[in-house]
Design a protein around this ligand. Structure first.
Ligand code: MTE
Length: 318
């Protein structure tokens, strides 16, 4: 496994502690932090409080002044479970998702493939080599975590269905079930949640179909039973609770592109040199830490993925 992270390896000290990750709410209470209204706004909301796009100072240099501002940002981060199908209330996702039925479940793999197939839970859990991968997760909103995921490579699944030569992209779709997912009653959003990758990105060894985290089965709020994890891209590309994977010859339009095409692109590669139109991407808040960290190009995975974008203008907002 070590060779997979050779660009900038995740150090053990970087791993977001399980209790912090799993019990954001409890952790928040322990810290005695009261959630402000602004902190309840969801990750990719067009209403999020913008961070300054310039002059982002490391916290260490700002002590008192920054602490109140940073605590607001920090509390927003530790309440994060971005799963709009349930709610845009960061603290509300886990509770609303607790009875979510993720078994039985099927994932249809279809489109431009020689062997289309619909997989059940057991097919995916036992049919592919399960691994643990420790990845950084960098949200477009400039918070980050380091999570040990369990899962299998998307490439191993795609090889089995055999993409046809015309297949250039992979389109993913999340379950849409109004009875279980109250947030989907909000017609302002273009449900179902859709994401997409270029086929070569999907085939990259880093691209994971996650089935668990911290050695346990995925929890509903994290996208049970199967979600994508694409660690060099902003978190919104890591689509949850997938029911359909379709190989296509057209670039899929993703959920956030459809909502705000001026702010979210198809590629969404982590790039500290290209700001979001409303905030800087140069640094990030690591959950559980008070200091900001510099954001790394491709989230630290340049060695594994930079070749995919040769010839592309990376200063352009994609
Ligand atoms: N997938 C679906 N179906 N719906 C969502 O709202 N949010 C995305 C991504 N996958 C989202 C989704 C965003 S913006 C982020 S940052 C990550 O999930 C957050 O994953 P986490 O809650 O497990 O930390």
């Amino acid at each position: 496994m070590a060779q997979k992270y050779k660009s900038v390896p995740v150090k053990p000290s970087e791993i977001t502690p399980k209790d912090v990750y799993l019990s954001r709410r409890d952790f928040l209470k322990q810290m005695g932090i009261v959630t402000a209204g602004a902190a309840l706004l969801a990750a990719c909301s067009t209403d999020i409080p913008a961070e300054p796009s310039t002059n982002v100072q490391p916290d260490t240099a700002q002590s008192v002044d920054v602490s109140s501002e940073e605590l607001t940002d920090y509390e927003a981060a530790i309440n994060y479970n971005n799963y709009y199908e349930f709610t845009t209330d960061k603290e509300g996702v886990a509770k609303l998702a607790q009875d979510f039925k993720s078994d039985p479940w099927t994932v249809e793999v279809t489109g431009l493939v020689n062997n289309p197939k619909t997989y059940g839970v057991e097919d995916l859990l036992s049919g592919f080599t399960q691994e643990e991968r420790i990845y950084r997760l960098r949200c477009v909103e400039a918070w980050s975590m380091v999570i040990p995921w369990n899962g299998f490579t998307l490439a191993s699944l795609l090889k089995e269905v055999e993409p046809k030569s015309e297949a250039k992209y992979v389109r993913f779709e999340t379950l849409l079930d109004e009875n279980q997912m109250p947030g989907t009653k909000n017609r302002l959003y273009p449900w179902p949640y859709v994401e997409g990758l270029r086929l070569d990105e999907a085939m990259n060894d880093l691209t994971l179909m996650a089935t668990g985290l911290y050695g346990e089965m995925l929890m509903p709020q994290n996208g049970a039973p199967f979600r994508l994890v694409v660690p060099w891209k902003y978190g919104f590309k890591s689509i949850k609770s997938i029911v359909k994977i379709e190989l296509t010859d057209e670039e899929p339009l993703n959920f956030w592109q459809e909502i705000a095409p001026n702010e979210y692109g198809f590629y969404a590669n982590v790039n500290p040199n290209v700001d979001h139109p409303r905030w800087s991407q140069a640094s990030e808040r690591r959950i559980g830490e008070l200091s900001r960290r510099e954001t790394l190009m491709f989230n630290g995975y340049a060695e594994e993925v930079a070749y995919l974008y040769e010839g592309m203008d990376l200063t352009k907002f994609y």
